[in-house]
Design a protein. Structure first.
Length: 637
């Protein structure tokens, strides 16, 4: 009898490649397939679909493509499926799967989790004057969707009840993996007792396993800083977790697939969009990942352990999407000498012309404008090295409360091709159409006020906070107002960044003769977003450079590199276990997500910008410094 389970991560977002499931089905002893489809913008799209049809509002291709092609093989092998494909309409998703199974002559037990959709409480939330937890903004006038991030416990209960497929609405991305581990290893919270410290650590490990595979190939070499070392992108492997009852787990990929699994590729994914690594909060546990270790355990295989868990929070995070006016953007290619200057003048002229016309017509003015000249390294600010580019794309983006104002912008953008800069040509397909600005609004809600049900074969098999007395389950969670964790300053001191090292770093910055290197020579990293916050993770390439990395990548350095983004606040968090530094730059994404006019509205390239910055080289290499030639300091793969 095997002492482990295997979980294949088959999807990182709605629209991920259909190649994942066939390769994962080639893995021996596979127990679970998990699919993550949801993001805030996905829910807003599903809300629009559901408004048009009562049978829509879920990830339809999960049924029409994935299960249609592979359901029989999945059932024959006894593999169980967990997916948040239910979106805003889990019941319709289950109905579609049932119809598919009947069409194929298959019998399948399907469970679904209800309770995350809180649209029925919109009026009460507004009446109670809920404010946005990050920005402090007031409750929006009209919501498109309101969903609580549910946890893994309902998924585990559904599997306990015998479900072969579990469908959820909005849940924490990692919950689909943690739920499988809770079920397989009996990690449930007892009705009689609170979870032990050892059990909380296992929840933190299971959450980490889910976090590492929730974005699919991002932990198997996708987006890796040293992309040149990653083979066979066209056949990149998807991740498999081999988990053990004590919480340890390994990650590998199917044989014969491309990509790369190493401590470095997995460490980058650990840092992806996590905020404070000492307090990563999910409904089932508060995780401390600062001392996690990631070690090679074979070819394209790593062992992960060391996560620590604290008591679960007493509240769910709730995310609301709302329409907040309109936006439009248009693109023009401009070529020739001084292309950047021509593009800049074109943008200024078009904004001046259209603003005057709006005023003359009595239409609302632009509420926000944003100009980027793609090809001139706009995202690098004053550090751009492409000021003399001879081919650029002018991107102009505007917002307004009025759709008519943006329709005028669309009409008046095109004439620049015949009346302004030489070398101007079209780009894209016709005039751009205005689209709604989708704003994210997040707040907290007590778990006791969110009824959750697990349905199987038309009956409720588990429930929380409902009138269904027989099905109700007690989670026995302590009510604590806040999580205890180290302050960033205390964590820095514990990591070895003392006053002496800080002073050395300050001297190095001021000394014009101290040799400089690019940050990418001593670190690699990855970035993403948390609403209007850019999250950048850096990992030292060599253990001995870690404390230097913490000392030189300080707030003043970050404010210089991202001066053009004007961060409202910068926070830094060290992770000793993987020799890393996690950074949070607040207020830099123009509202973030679908509300932003930035090209990089999700902070995907922020790590690349930072890795290109110059900084003093570590003292250890001063004695044998040589001028940098094609990353001569970077270790060979």
């Amino acid at each position: 009898m095997k002492d482990y389970i295997r979980i294949g991560g088959a999807s990182g977002f709605w629209g991920d490649t259909a190649a994942a499931v066939p390769q994962l089905l080639s893995v021996d002893d596979l127990d679970f397939l998990v699919f993550d489809y949801l993001a805030e913008v996905t829910l807003s799209i599903m809300a629009s679909q559901k408004a048009k049809s009562a049978q829509a509002g879920y990830a339809s291709d999960f049924v029409s493509i994935t299960l249609k092609q592979h359901l029989q093989a999945i059932l024959e092998r006894g593999i169980r499926v967990i997916s948040n494909a239910g979106g805003l309409n889990p019941a319709a998703c289950v109905e579609a799967i049932s119809a598919l199974a009947e069409e194929q002559g298959l019998k399948v037990k399907i469970a679904w989790v209800l309770g995350d959709d809180l649209m029925q409480s919109e009026a009460s939330f507004r009446a109670s004057n809920r404010i946005e937890m990050y920005s402090g903004s007031s409750f929006p006038e009209r919501a498109l969707s309101i969903n609580a991030y549910l946890g893994a416990e309902p998924i585990a209960c559904a599997l306990d009840a015998g479900a072969q497929i579990v469908i959820t609405g909005r849940c924490v991305d990692s919950a689909v993996t943690l739920g499988a581990m809770m079920h397989a290893f009996g990690w449930h919270r007892s009705v009689q007792a609170k979870p032990t410290k050892a059990m909380l650590d296992r929840y933190a490990q299971g959450t980490l396993a889910g976090h590492l595979i929730e974005c699919g190939a991002q932990c198997t070499g996708g987006l890796f800083t040293d992309w040149q070392t990653v083979p066979d992108w066209e056949n990149i492997g998807f991740p498999v977790v081999q988990a053990y009852a004590d919480g340890r787990f390994e990650i590998f990929k199917p044989e014969g697939t491309g990509g790369l699994i190493s401590p470095a590729t997995v460490a980058e994914q650990l840092l992806y969009e996590i905020g404070n690594p000492a307090a990563y909060v999910v409904p089932d546990v508060v995780c401390d990942w600062t001392n996690v270790s990631i070690r090679a355990s074979g070819l394209d295989r790593v062992l992960v352990e060391g996560a620590v868990g604290e008591e679960a929070p007493t509240q769910y995070k709730v995310s609301l999407t709302a329409v907040d006016g309109w936006k439009n953007q248009a693109l023009l290619v401009i070529g020739g000498e001084q292309a950047q200057a021509k593009a800049q003048r074109t943008a200024e002229a078009l904004l001046a012309r259209t603003s005057k016309m709006l005023q003359q017509l009595g239409l609302p003015a632009y509420s926000e404008t944003h100009v980027e000249i793609v090809g001139s390294e706009s995202m690098y600010g004053n550090a751009s090295k492409a000021m003399q580019a001879r081919e650029v794309v002018l991107k102009m983006a505007v917002k307004s409360v009025s759709k008519a104002s943006l329709e005028l912008f669309a009409r008046e953008f095109a004439p620049a091709a015949t009346s302004m800069a030489p070398g101007t040509t079209g780009f894209g397909q016709g005039r751009p159409s205005p689209s709604p600005v989708i704003r994210l609004f997040s707040f907290l809600e007590d778990k006791s006020k969110v009824p959750v049900r697990v349905m199987l074969d038309g009956r409720c098999v588990a429930a929380w906070n409902t009138d269904d007395i027989e099905a109700n389950v007690s989670l026995q969670v302590d009510r604590r107002e806040q999580v205890r964790y180290q302050s960033p300053q205390d964590a820095m001191l514990e990591a070895g960044v003392d006053a002496r090292l800080t002073a050395t770093a300050a001297k190095a910055w001021m000394d014009p003769h101290w040799p400089k290197i690019s940050l990418i020579d001593i670190a690699h990293g990855r970035s993403g977003d948390k609403g209007n916050i850019a999250n950048i993770g850096l990992i030292a390439r060599r253990p001995e450079d870690w404390t230097w990395l913490l000392a030189v990548v300080d707030e003043s350095m970050l404010r210089r590199v991202f001066a053009h983004r004007q961060p409202l606040r910068i926070r830094r968090f060290p992770l000793q276990g993987i020799r890393a530094l996690n950074l949070m730059l607040e207020g830099v994404l123009g509202g973030g997500g679908m509300a932003s006019l930035h090209t990089d509205n999700l902070a995907k390239a922020y790590a690349q910008v930072l890795l290109g910055a110059q900084l003093p080289c570590p003292p250890r290499i001063l004695h044998d410094w040589r001028p940098r030639q094609e990353s001569n300091l970077r270790p060979s793969p």
